[in-house]
Design a protein around this ligand. Sequence first.
Ligand SMILES: *[C@@H]1O[C@H](CO)[C@@H](O)[C@H](O)[C@H]1NC(C)=O
Ligand SMILES: *[C@@H]1O[C@H](CO)[C@@H](O)[C@H](O)[C@H]1NC(C)=O
Ligand SMILES: *[C@@H]1O[C@H](CO)[C@@H](O)[C@H](O)[C@H]1NC(C)=O
Ligand SMILES: *[C@@H]1O[C@H](CO)[C@@H](O)[C@H](O)[C@H]1NC(C)=O
Length: 440
Amino acid sequence: GIPGITPTEEKDGNLPDIVNNGSLHEFLVGLHERYGPVVSFWFGRRLVVSLGTVDVLKQHINPNKTLDPFETMLKSLLKYQSDNGSGNENHLRKKLYENSVTKSLRSNFALLLKLSEELLDKWLSYPETQHVPLSQHMLGFAMKSVTQIVMGSTFEDDQEVIRFQKNHGNRYMFSYFQVWSEIGKGFLDGSLDKSATRKKQYEDALMQLESVLKKIIKERKGRNFSQHIFIDSLVQGNLNDQQVLEDSMIFSLAGCIITAKLCTWAIYFLTTSEEVQRKLHEEVDQVFGKGPITPEKIEHLRYCRQVLCETVRTAKLTPVSARLQDIEGKINQFIIPKETLVLYALGVVLQDPNTWPSPHKFDPDRFDDESAMKTFSLLCFGNWLPFFLTRFAYMVTTVLLSVLVKRLHLLSVEGQVIETKYELVTSSREEAWITVTKRH
Ligand SMILES: *[C@@H]1O[C@H](CO)[C@@H](O)[C@H](O)[C@H]1NC(C)=O
Ligand SMILES: *[C@@H]1O[C@H](CO)[C@@H](O)[C@H](O)[C@H]1NC(C)=O
Ligand SMILES: *[C@@H]1O[C@H](CO)[C@@H](O)[C@H](O)[C@H]1NC(C)=O
Ligand SMILES: *[C@@H]1O[C@H](CO)[C@@H](O)[C@H](O)[C@H]1NC(C)=O
């Protein structure tokens, strides 16, 4: 009895509609517009329900269920076994994750600052008219930051790994990228299974990443290093090797892409609003003055946090999330049968004008309102993996923005039109170009 559409093809269900609409997100926008907050359609032969307002999501989000939809989705794409998430064990893992993120960020703060300053120096050296390829630079920055925080840089002393990096460094980055882009595409259209070459390349890339991680896990075991990395906490937390491997793989893949896209969108939106950039600069100036950027002071950047939340909202950074209905449930008057795939249409909810006035406007001030922040937190941090990931990405992005905004005006390139590509994480279809000028 849930409103929605019938399959257009017996075998593929509504997949052709999704592909023709350009993305799952765009398909869901149309579907919710036509049929309301709770809608149904068909993924192949499987009935799917999508939820498209804050009100219905509130009925479905259960904070007691620690197993996370984003994680579940990634795990199934990587063909990792998903555990059922029995309460206690998951609670412990959640604590462990929290600890890992906090400790590894603290231990690597100076490194983050250094990477941000390297980027600043590079941009400072450009002539003012030079166009900067923003997405590309942000991906590079995110990969360096995330790889070092998750996997460490201690192996720089290790001759073998130096060789590894020299010979395979680029290939390794390429693997990262390839695995991710396949996850983005393969998620939707199942095309990966149809192309033997692509599938083989994907599997090789994944294997390469796994073998690096395995090597590092082995190296970190039973030893103390001065730099604390994400993997250390997992190793010390008595997870078995396979769990450490899977968790660090998921964290580094997702962390890298979410950080890269958050940085890209945040800077891009800043270039579109002089006023927001002025306020952010004012705050950075007020909080740090002429002093150094420190983890303690970073916590005082309230407006910067609003800028980042508004970036996630306006860009619809992770437009769709999913969950398997474990027991029969009810939303409004509709029964959701057990084992239905339930989608959270976050991209639809985050641009709902009933919740967000002028939803397409980039306006960090909307988060001055506590209730707006509360709604946003429920949607975006209601699930624990995105919570840790975004906390991680927020910190990395905040450090970068502080360093950049202190010294530079970030400017848009006139006449540039940004088209959006909605995959697992939202990005721009083409390179996003900006220019920079020095502040005086
Ligand atoms: C786009 O999706 C809608 C459902 O939201 C569907 O009815 C329509 O046929 C799709 N458009 C195309 C061009 O397939
Ligand atoms: C979550 O757990 C608490 C305590 O175990 C319980 O009182 C509450 O009803 C649960 N909430 C949901 C939505 O299941
Ligand atoms: C996970 O769930 C499945 C099916 O509901 C069950 O057969 C299995 O025993 C569960 N595994 C654990 C570790 O609880
Ligand atoms: C590592 O450090 C911890 C706490 O500082 C200590 O308890 C442990 O014995 C050390 N392990 C090794 C192998 O040195």
